[in-house]
Design a protein around this ligand. Structure first.
Ligand SMILES: *[C@@H]1O[C@H](CO)[C@@H](O)[C@H](O)[C@H]1NC(C)=O
Ligand SMILES: *[C@@H]1O[C@H](CO)[C@@H](O)[C@H](O)[C@H]1NC(C)=O
Length: 384
């Protein structure tokens, strides 16, 4: 007290004023600006339907959770984000769509070093889903342009890019029935691939499942209001197809034939991760790629719209941290029962899973290779 008396009152006031300025500048102003930015920003996320917030995860009887220890890299440095894989058994060639706009041909051998990678056709944009038609034409879901057909000679043709007057923004998954009918998804008619995270953060169903009939050139909407509609795969008897909705951790069954024709049932939900592409292996199992496991971060993000809004605003100014982890591929039987999961804590962005012979191949959105494991040697075992 005695000390303070000695201090001239003016100095004391100046100190207080500068301290107040300091608090204002460092604490109050940024918070006020943040609140203002938050309130003014028009991004308006919606709560997800209750089911999407389920904390439950389906029981998976067998698990190999260290697949990277066993994995071989295929085409290292030559493949840029090989998203989906399609196999031509006759030639033994795997086709994959890369982020440089090329469809590449990969001739795989038992020794990964003998693998040959060749540029096949440049389609541009960002090819995602790939599937062969009965006539061996390759159907490509090119995220920006729409549904493409590449014939044997490598000629590219646009099949369709809109339905009911609404353009596709993010053509994503595709499969072709034995009768030639093409089934595919547009993940979002609002956000393109560069902004796909905003679709997930907004939490509204802008996705559609559609068919394209090459004999009539008709595009038909089969199911609307889907949450980031992703992979598509036909059942072996062609009576139904399975399609995946990424943020809802589920895949549904669309009946193509029979008395339930045109209706949708649950196929598998409460997946251990967020589904991307799905492929049938010709041997009783669908393989569902999971770019990321369900994690605490994802639970929080999906549960709270204000967290998603904050993330959307931050994404304008910075690169959001990658919260994908523990990705893998899940094998599911024809009844929609989970059979085995092949994952790794360090795997992320796994976009496709394709079983060819004894190998499981992993497509990936970002790596410069795809990965494979020998399923005989590294089989999943009963989870303890
Ligand atoms: C479908 O479109 C292709 C390419 O534009 C055209 O060659 C073909 O005649 C069309 N088929 C029908 C049935 O309209
Ligand atoms: C896969 O692993 C099994 C068991 O170790 C082995 O016998 C087989 O040769 C391997 N397959 C290939 C194609 O390398």
């Amino acid at each position: 007290m005695a000390e303070q008396k000695k201090t001239p009152a003016t100095v004391n006031t100046i100190q207080r004023v500068s301290w107040a300025y300091f608090v204002l500048l460092v604490v109050v102003a940024p918070v006020a600006i943040a609140v203002l930015v938050y309130r003014v920003d028009e991004f308006d996320p919606a709560p997800l339907p209750d089911h999407g917030l389920s904390r439950v995860t389906v029981e998976v009887p067998k698990h190999n959770n260290r697949v990277l220890d066993a994995a071989e890299r295929v085409g290292d440095g030559l493949l840029h984000g090989p998203e989906d894989l399609a196999y031509d058994a006759e030639s033994g060639i795997i086709y994959t769509g890369c982020s440089d706009g090329w469809i590449k041909q990969v001739t795989v051998k038992d020794s990964a070093e003998q693998t040959r990678v060749e540029n096949w056709v440049y389609v541009g944009g960002r090819p995602l889903g790939l599937a062969f038609g009965p006539d061996k034409q390759l159907i490509v879901a090119e995220s920006y342009k729409g549904l493409l057909k590449v014939n044997r000679e490598g000629l590219v043709e646009l099949l369709t890019d809109e339905a009911d007057g609404v353009k596709f923004r993010l053509t994503d998954g595709v499969d072709v029935a034995n009768d030639g009918m093409i089934y595919f998804t547009d993940a979002s008619y609002k956000y393109d691939l560069d902004h796909h995270m905003l679709d997930i953060l907004e939490g509204r169903p802008y996705g559609r499942l559609m068919s394209f009939d090459p004999s009539t050139n008709q595009t038909q909407i089969l199911v609307r209001h889907l949450y980031f509609a992703n992979g598509v795969a036909l059942s072996p008897d062609q009576s139904f197809l399975v399609f995946c909705e990424t943020p809802r951790r589920r895949c549904s069954k669309y009946h193509i034939k029979g008395e339930r024709k045109g209706s949708v049932d649950n196929f598998i939900d409460n997946l251990p991760g967020f589904p991307d592409n799905i492929r049938y292996d010709g041997d009783g199992h669908f393989w569902i790629a999971l770019p990321s496991a369900k994690t605490l971060s994802w639970d929080v993000v999906l549960r709270y719209p204000y967290v998603r809004k904050t993330m959307a605003i931050l994404s304008k100014y910075m690169h959001l941290p990658n919260i994908q982890r523990d990705g893998g591929v899940l094998a599911v039987n024809l009844e929609g029962k989970a059979v085995a999961l092949y994952s790794d804590p360090s795997l992320s962005m796994v976009s496709g899973g394709l079983k060819i012979g004894k190998y499981l191949y992993y497509g990936n959105l970002e790596n410069a290779h795809f990965t494979r494991i020998n399923l005989t040697r590294h089989a999943a075992s009963a989870s303890s």
